[in-house]
Ligand binder design. Structure first.
Ligand SMILES: [Zn+2]
Length: 104
């Protein structure tokens, strides 16, 4: 990557975050693997879009029902009895994003 492209890359990440935050059907995120969602979430979190990254993880986590799934903790926190995103789910996503940020 050329360093002079970094400002344009940050703007592209801003645009990506704005658009992905509107994809709330869950279907797209459920079809992706944990690694695929992690790679998108990493770009978002490393460019300052933690809220959108947490949103993607929470939406995707609906499909992570097995203990070996990367986002099973987010799924477990999400299921608050009504299938809605709970504060615990958001906290689990925030903890996961902290780990993801440090992994890069
Ligand atoms: Zn996952």
């Amino acid at each position: 990557m050329r360093i002079e492209n970094i400002p344009a890359l940050v703007k592209a990440a801003d645009d990506m975050s704005e658009r992905l935050a509107r994809v709330d059907t869950g279907d797209l995120w459920n079809l992706m693997t944990c690694a695929e969602v992690d790679s998108i979430a990493a770009v978002l979190v490393l460019t300052g879009h933690d809220k959108t990254a947490a949103f993607l993880l929470c939406e995707h986590a609906v499909s992570d029902t097995e203990a070996l799934d990367s986002h099973a903790d987010i799924y477990a926190a999400r299921t608050d009895g009504m299938g809605t995103r709970s504060d615990e789910s958001r906290q689990a996503a925030a903890n996961y994003l902290k780990w993801l940020r440090e992994a890069y």
